[in-house]
Design a binder for this molecule. Structure first.
Ligand SMILES: Nc1ncnc2c1ncn2[C@@H]1O[C@H](COP(=O)(O)OP(=O)(O)OP(=O)(O)O)[C@@H](O)[C@H]1O
Ligand SMILES: [Mg+2]
Length: 299
């Protein structure tokens, strides 16, 4: 990524809690104007990273640059340009949706003129007069997004915003986030759920155990095609392929060969007298990418 297209740049970021190394020399970059999925299993360090980016926790070391400014030195300027939801959205449950929005605006030093428009954007117009304690989890998430939008920020840092929403709610929330990116905003969404990110993100940063596993455009992570081969005798087929210089691995459904070319696989197997019951190209899902990587890291 070139100098001027990264909205966030992190290097050497470390943070420990007692004996737990939450972040361990973490580095990544997040492109501007896109939706980035910040993906990792439970305990990977996602929330700790977001808290570090927002100056809510003090890392042991490392460099953080947000919108070209450095954390923590320029946090005052950064905060005005960032909308965030980290962990439980900070709503006051005894107040209505509208009053929560007014409090959010006042706290951040912004006017009230966009409140109705934002409540409408998140689809809460009919519920704006109800107390937040009567809201469902999905409604609270939507109100939190509206509150995060109050200062028309350039960058959104949303920690697990889709968590606990039903499929229809997730679909609508994803559409709203995509909409923000279409307007040129940078949106960073953390999740431990691969399907969320696959359906939403342009760019993906995968972390595990406080370290970067991989990062890149979603498409480039999914590009590598594999061929699925179903045979009766997996070990013999693997041996025959290996003798022909074709590496394969097995799972519960058969063999997986990292290759674009199914016909040469069939030819090699036929020469060894092995006739697969099925050979087909499979698109790599983010799940196989993710599982492969976390296995490498011994999870
Ligand atoms: N305040 C804290 N005190 C002690 N340990 C902490 C604290 N916050 C986080 N940790 C530890 O740091 C590691 C990273 O936690 P973090 O909350 O950043 O992970 P996460 O990726 O957000 O996980 P999840 O998907 O469960 O939200 C974990 O091992 C966690 O137990
Ligand atoms: Mg978390």
């Amino acid at each position: 990524m070139s100098q001027d297209t990264a909205a966030i740049r992190v290097s050497g970021l470390s943070k420990h809690y007692g004996k737990t190394q939450a972040l361990d020399d973490l580095e990544f970059e997040i492109p501007q104007g896109k939706v980035t999925g910040f993906l990792g299993p439970n305990g990977a360090g996602k929330t700790t990273t977001f808290r570090s980016l927002l100056g809510l926790t003090r890392p042991d070391g490392g460099d953080i640059e947000v919108l070209g400014m450095s954390v923590p030195a320029q946090l005052n300027q950064i905060t005005k340009k960032v909308g965030a939801i980290v962990e439980e959205p900070g709503l006051i449950k005894s107040h209505t949706g509208t009053i929560n929005m007014k409090i959010a605006a006042d706290t951040l030093g912004f006017g009230h003129d966009r409140i109705d428009e934002l409540i409408d954007f998140v689809g809460l117009t009919g519920d704006a007069g109800r107390k937040a304690e009567q809201y469902s989890k999905g409604m609270r998430q939507r109100l939190a997004l509206a509150a995060a939008m109050i200062g028309d920020p350039e960058l959104f840092l949303l920690d697990e915003p889709l968590d606990g929403l039903d499929p229809a709610g997730q679909h609508a929330f994803r559409a709203r986030l995509r909409n923000l990116a279409t307007e040129g905003k940078t949106v960073v969404v953390s999740s431990h759920d691969l399907a969320d990110i696959e359906a939403l993100a342009d760019y993906v940063v995968v972390v595990n155990r406080g370290r970067l596993v991989t990062q890149g455009p979603l498409e480039s992570l999914l590009d590598d095609g594999v061929v699925r081969v179903v045979v009766d005798d997996g070990p013999s087929a693997m041996a025959a392929l290996s003798a022909a210089g074709i590496e394969s691995r097995s799972d519960d459904k058969g063999l997986i060969v990292e290759s674009e070319d199914g016909s040469s696989i069939v030819e090699v197997l036929a020469r060894a007298g092995i006739y697969p019951s099925e050979v087909r190209r499979e698109r790599t899902t983010l799940e196989t990418v993710f599982l492969g990587m976390t296995e490498e890291f011994g999870t």
